[in-house]
Design a protein around this ligand. Structure first.
Ligand code: PEP
Length: 253
């Protein structure tokens, strides 16, 4: 039985004061969040230490990105290594978000290095994949996602990826208000699980958590999360409001 995970990606939002207010509200709500779901929030990097130190056990903290470099320390201005994140109490790192791919030219080769850095430092990688609208419309979406997984996960063993979380995020659904239908999410999640089964074996595929991301909110979360291969969500916009995020966490329970 896979434990559900609901993760909030705050992106480049919230001043320090606003972030603390939202964080406090979520901590207050933590006792009413279902025990059967793991909860993670990924605030702007600057706030990670503070959040990691002050969060209830229920709410874990994740970075929105991590350095791809092999070096754990060194002269790499602006980079934050997995080791440094880990030392600050961070538990997860989102890697390969479509906004990193789009605005920073990140390739699956680079993203694979970020996963490697997470594995080395024992951070849980949340690997994002997903097709753009033209790829969906031309029917190439399964091939696109398989290729992303194939490249980013190349050279890893099942043991190394024991904690891996995959987030399927159709790019056309991110921040657009358009959501994949529950059927579209389920068929892609099943496809991802079957790819992982062929690559890493049955046991791995049965255990790996595959999240859905893309305009997920209180009004649609329950239907999406009820699909058999959907193990929770990566939530952008709706994670910026404590009531909405709490409602998404409770969806389906
Ligand atoms: C995201 O950026 O990971 C995301 C899913 O955003 P939104 O929920 O706003 O579509």
């Amino acid at each position: 039985m896979r434990k559900r995970l609901v993760a909030g990606n705050w992106k480049m939002n919230k001043t320090y004061r606003e972030a603390m207010a939202l964080f406090d509200k979520l901590n207050d709500a933590a006792s009413s969040m279902p025990a059967e779901v793991d909860v993670m929030i990924a605030p702007p990097a600057l706030y990670l230490t503070r959040f990691a130190k002050n969060s209830t056990k229920k709410i874990e903290v994740g970075a929105q990105d991590v350095s791809h470099r092999e070096e754990e320390e060194g002269a790499f201005t602006g980079d934050v290594s997995a080791k440094i994140l880990k030392s600050a109490g961070v538990r997860y790192a989102i890697v390969g978000h479509s906004e990193r791919r789009q605005y920073h030219g990140e390739s699956d080769e680079i993203i694979g290095k970020k996963i490697r850095a997470c594995v080395r430092a024992e951070l849980i990688p949340v690997y994002c994949c997903g097709e753009v609208l033209e790829e969906r419309e031309s029917g190439a979406h399964f091939d696109v996602v398989r290729k992303q997984l194939d490249t980013a996960l190349s050279g890893f063993t099942a043991e190394e990826l024991a904690t891996l979380v995959v987030a399927y995020e159709p790019v056309w659904a991110i921040g657009t208000g358009k959501t994949a239908s529950p059927e579209q999410a389920q068929e892609m999640h099943a496809e991802i699980r079957s790819f992982l089964k062929a690559r890493f074996g049955d046991e791995f595929a049965e255990k790996v958590r595959i999240l859905y991301g893309g305009s997920c909110k209180p009004s649609n979360a329950e239907e999406i999360f009820s699909q058999p291969d959907v193990d929770g969500g990566l939530i952008g916009g709706a994670s910026l409001n404590a009531d909405d995020f709490s409602a998404v966490i409770k969806a389906g329970f």
